[in-house]
Each structure stands twice: as structure tokens, then as C-alpha cells.
Design a protein around this ligand. Structure first.
Ligand code: MG
Length: 499
């Protein structure tokens, strides 16, 4: 029996299937673009995807459909899932109606070109190439904030696009809470006799075929049903879900440093599991799968940090790791030191559990400054390098290792970064909850995978996007508490670094 019973909601869901179908084919086309499409297919693919999004917007704004949404909005008899359908549809409606169509079209064009220009600037290591486009992108984001509306800061309107209701005040409070404890922790780590800037496995070449097999083996252990799930390769790892019976992840391979590939696979699995365990009742509705980026990232980080970096995980797959790097002497201790090494570095995607958040603070500070008109795009390389020096004591020698390293801004995404840190911190809170039924420090953790997955299904995944982040926390008798992750980091790294 479906959870949806209200007549208006059923009419909304019936029409919504058309929108869902368009998203579905766009999703497949996008996945293909990132994985198997020949490079020269990019032009027509971009055109097709652009047209599909215009068709979708038109279909969404159908008068009868919009009036159904407004009718349901007034209905006081809706259950949680039905209310959520209205919430998600109203949110989409807000974006579609407040942003003028010529603005949307221009934004789409500027950000499509933006990514190409950014790539060239990064390859040539020259910020100047990207400067003008980036200025335009930030100007357009300011304009977008004005269209969408906000109370305190225009940055609020942008944050809200990625995490419903998230505000500058919350983000600033969060960073104020974590900044000095993390700095203090980093100082202690760097003073330790066990502190090393690098680990030999970071430079150790690996056998790609063997590592690919290992990635499959790990995923088979986590999720047996490969009839609903698959792994491919892309230039940057991601997860996409077409349905609860067809969810896909990608990983990446470099010539050395095998942890980057394995931990990316485990991370993306965390995202995929959310969609795989979302209730089948919600399929083809606007609330299938997770829409809160903070909740989503709390899942991926939970798997990466608490399962992937655990001794139990390393022990289980040690023979495969030994074989992949042709080193039969490799020990659990050595791999564990490698997986859990802390040291300041230039690139966000390579950062450890402690220094990662400084990379995010820096980006959030810059985004806020630019959107509020307090900083200028032309000064970014200098501002970036200054903050890196201040926060992490390292200075990029090239823009490609500095201000040009991330793709987000070139694609128009301003306000996304804070969800990475918030999600990571929330991930530690799930660990604390689950640790009452599964021991993360125990050798048998890896044989408790099903217990962990069931917990996540019952407390988070099965609801899809029924609840907002705040509502989901209330439902689980929790509240967002950054001290949980801070305490975990302090305990873990005081042992590793002996202080
Ligand atoms: Mg992620």
C-alpha cells in the first residue's frame, strides 16, 4: 500500500512522473558524459542537456500543475511524506519562478564556458585567463541572491540552494566553534615525534588492474546485489542514482597513492547506499533518495572515515593491498599510519580528517567576502595564498595548486563548500550513535557491515528526502553537535601521535 493517499498529492505525483522521466534521461546522459562518451561528443551532449532542462522548466511551470501544488499547500490533512512532496515542489517552484528565464539561460551559458576556461587556466597555471569569467560568475551569483531573496546576507540565499535553510550565521558559528580546537590539535600533531610530512606509500606505484579488482571486492562485501549497483571510472569520483534499483558510483586511479582510489570508492559507496536503501514507495516521486547535501555527505564521510580508515578494514584487505603494490612485507600498522596520516597539504581533495576543514573555511570566507562585495576577484590568488599560510602554514607555488584547484566556482556553484565540513561533522555523530551497536575499534567491525547498513536504513535512508536536516535530527533525538567530531579527532590522533 502506497504511503501517498491524498487525491491532490496523487495528481501531483502522476504529473511529476513526466518531470522525473526527463531528469532520468538527463541523469543517464550526464553519467555517460562523465564515463564513456568520446570527448568530441561534448558539444551535442551539452546542447541536448540544455534543451532538456528548458523543457523540464516549462513542464514544471504548467498552470494546472502549479495550482495543484498550491492546493496541496493549503491541505491540513497531509502525512509526512505528502507534506514533503509539497515542500520539495514549492522549493523547486521558487527557483523556477524567481529567476527570470533570460538570467537562467545566461547563467547556464556563462558557467558552461566557465568550466572550459577554468580548465585551460588550470592547465596553463594562469589565474589571469580565468579572472574575467570568474568575476562574471560571482556577479551573476550576487544577482541570483537578489532574485531569490534573503534576510541578512546575500550569501544566505546561495547557501540555501545547497542546504535548505542554511545561513551565514550558522556556518560562521560552526567554523568559530571548530577553528581553534582544530588549530590546537594540528600544533600538537606537528610537534609529535611521530609526525611525518609524507608516507612512503604515497609514492608507491600500484598495479591498476589489481586495485580495480580490490575496489570490486570491497563493494561486493558492502553490497552483494550488483544487479542494482555498479562501479565505473571517471576523472573525478561521483555517485548518481537513476532509481533505487540502478545506482552507480565512479572511482579514480592515479599511478601511485592507492588510498586515494580505495577511500574514494568507500566514500562514494556511502552516497550510493543512501539511494539504494531509500524506500521503494518513494520511487519516481520528488522525495526519492536524499536531497540534503549535509546528510548525504555525512553518509559518505561516515563510510570513508569510520569504516575505510579502520584497522578492521585494512586487516581484511591487507593481502590485496600487498599484491597491488607488490610488497608482501606491508603491515596493518604501516597501512594504518598511511590511511590516518595528518599533515597540511595544498589540495583539498587530498586533505586528511584534521586539516580538511581549513580548506573549507578558507573557501567559505572567500565566497562570503566576494558575495558581500568585500573582496575582489582579481585579488584572489593573493588572498588564497595568505589564508593557506595563516591556516595551514603552506603556500601554493602555482595557482593550479591554489585558487584554481576546484571545479565548483567555474560551474557556478557558490555556497556548496560548507556542506562538506558540516556533513563530515555530522558523520561523526552517526558513528557515535551506531557505536552503541557496532564497535568501530573492534577487529570484527567489517563483519558487522549489515548491522551498520540496517541502522542507517532505519534511521536515515528509508525516508529519502521526507525530512529536512533539522527534522531528521529531531526524529532521531539528536541535534547537530560539532564537539562530537572534535572529541573523536582529539582521541584518535592523540593516540597515533602520542601526546
Ligand atoms: Mg561526497
Amino acid at each position: 500500500m502506497s504511503v501517498f493517499k491524498n487525491k491532490t498529492i496523487l495528481s501531483i505525483l502522476d504529473y511529476y512522473k513526466n518531470l522525473w522521466a526527463l531528469s532520468y534521461v538527463s541523469g543517464v546522459a550526464h553519467w555517460d558524459l562523465e564515463t564513456y562518451m568520446p570527448a568530441k561528443g561534448a558539444g551535442p551532449r551539452g546542447e541536448a542537456l540544455g534543451r532538456l532542462s528548458v523543457i523540464r522548466q516549462k513542464m514544471f511551470l504548467d498552470k494546472d500543475f502549479v495550482s495543484l501544488i498550491h492546493k496541496a499547500e493549503k491541505d491540513k490533512t497531509l502525512n509526512d511524506q505528502e507534506k514533503a512532496v509539497v515542500r520539495v515542489m514549492l522549493r523547486a517552484l521558487k527557483f523556477y519562478t524567481r529567476l527570470p528565464s533570460d538570467f537562467v539561460e545566461k547563467f547556464e551559458k556563462v558557467t558552461n564556458i566557465g568550466t572550459v576556461v577554468w580548465r585551460e587556466a588550470k592547465e596553463k597555471d594562469d589565474f589571469k585567463i580565468f579572472e574575467e569569467t570568474l568575476s562574471q560568475i560571482f556577479e551573476m551569483n550576487k544577482e541570483m541572491a537578489d532574485h531569490l531573496g534573503y534576510k541578512d546576507s546575500p550569501y544566505d540565499a546561495l547557501l540555501d540552494q545547497f542546504e535548505e535553510g542554511l545561513t551565514v550565521r550558522e556556518v560562521s558559528n560552526f567554523f568559530d566553534t571548530i577553528k581553534s580546537p582544530l588549530s590546537g590539535l594540528l600544533v600538537k600533531i606537528k610537534k609529535s615525534d611521530n609526525y611525518n610530512k609524507s608516507h612512503f606509500l604515497e609514492r608507491q606505484a600500484y598495479d591498476k588492474e589489481k586495485l580495480a579488482k580490490l575496489n570490486q571486492k570491497i563493494l561486493k562485501l558492502f553490497w552483494e546485489d550488483f544487479g542494482r549497483f555498479r562501479l565505473d571510472v571517471s576523472s573525478h569520483p561521483f555517485t548518481t542514482s537513476f532509481s533505487n534499483t540502478d545506482t552507480r558510483i565512479t572511482t579514480w586511479y592515479h599511478k601511485e597513492d592507492f588510498a586515494r582510489s580505495l577511500l574514494a570508492t568507500v566514500h562514494e559507496f556511502g552516497h550510493a547506499l543512501y539511494d539504494l536503501q531509500s524506500s521503494p514507495d518513494l520511487e519516481m516521486t520528488p522525495i526519492a533518495g536524499g536531497s540534503s547535501l549535509v546528510i548525504h555527505e555525512s553518509q559518505s564521510r561516515f563510510w570513508e572515515n569510520f569504516v575505510g580508515r579502520s584497522e578492521s578494514f585494512i586487516k581484511k584487505f591487507l593481502p590485496d593491498m600487498q599484491s597491488a603494490v607488490h610488497d608482501s612485507q606491508l603491515t596493518v600498522d604501516s597501512v594504518s599510519a598511511y590511511f590516518n596520516k595528518v599533515s597540511p597539504s595544498l589540495l583539498r581533495v587530498e586533505a586528511d580528517e584534521v586539516t580538511y576543514h581549513f580548506h573549507i573555511m578558507l573557501r567559505a570566507e572567500i565566497e562570503k567576502g566576494l558575495i558581500e562585495g568585500k573582496l575582489k576577484v582579481k585579488d584572489l590568488p593573493e588572498i588564497w595564498n595568505g589564508l593557506m599560510k595563516e591556516y595551514l602554514g603552506v603556500t601554493p607555488k602555482k595557482d593550479s595548486e591554489g585558487v584554481l584547484q576546484d571545479v565548483h566556482w567555474s560551474g557556478g556553484m557558490v555556497g556548496y563548500f560548507p556542506t562538506y565540513s558540516l556533513g563530515t561533522f555530522l558523520g561523526a555523530q552517526w558513528e557515535k550513535e551506531i557505536s552503541q551497536i557496532a564497535n568501530f575499534k573492534s577487529q570484527s567491525l567489517i563483519s558487522n557491515i549489515k548491522t551498520i547498513e540496517n541502522y542507517l536504513k532505519e534511521h536515515i535512508h528509508k525516508y529519502g528526502s521526507t525530512y529536512t536536516l533539522q527534522e531528521l535530527l529531531v526524529k532521531n533525538n539528536m541535534k547537530f553537535d560539532p564537539t562530537v567530531n572534535l572529541k573523536y579527532l582529539e582521541e584518535k590522533y592523540s593516540k597515533i601521535y602520542d601526546f
